[in-house]
Unconditional design. Structure first.
Length: 150
């Protein structure tokens, strides 16, 4: 099972796609230097982070890079005790020319607790986090400690 954390929200990926199309169009019509800049949005769109879980052998590894191409060593998770789910806030400062404000986005973290430490599995919206936690708990035969406030 591959669990991918969203590197950018969908809206940002759409805007990056439009930027890429603009750079390609301008690059083909005038200066080929703009074609180089078209690759930056493509890299940002395809960049992924997350984990890959092998339920059969009970092991996990981190993935990152273009479409998750960079993979770390496998870690044994056969001694997993439970999954923990907690709410977290992601803060962002939003500013146009003058008045500024901060926005808090509610996220849910899913962590796998082993003997003495934990591994981060996923950060995202509550429904997707619940689906991922249910799947992992079912395959590993462990319980979910849901510490989210309802």
């Amino acid at each position: 099972m591959k669990v991918v954390n969203q590197s950018f929200p969908l809206v940002v990926k759409i805007l990056l796609g439009f930027m890429c199309a603009l750079f390609v169009t301008v690059g083909l019509s005038s200066n080929f230097m703009f074609l180089f800049f078209a690759f930056v949005p493509v890299v940002l769109i395809l960049y992924q982070t997350g984990v890959e879980i092998d339920f059969e052998n009970k092991r996990l590894r981190d993935i990152s890079g273009m479409l998750g191409s960079s993979k770390k060593e496998w870690q044994d998770i056969s001694d997993a005790q439970y999954l923990g789910m907690v709410n977290s806030n992601e803060g962002r400062a939003v500013s146009a020319y003058r008045p500024s404000s901060s926005v808090r986005l509610g996220k849910t973290d899913v962590n796998l607790f082993l003997d003495g430490y934990h591994l981060h599995i996923f950060t995202g919206n509550g429904q997707k986090a619940t689906e991922i936690a249910d799947t992992i708990a079912h395959h590993l035969g462990i319980e979910i400690n849901d510490a989210r406030k309802e």
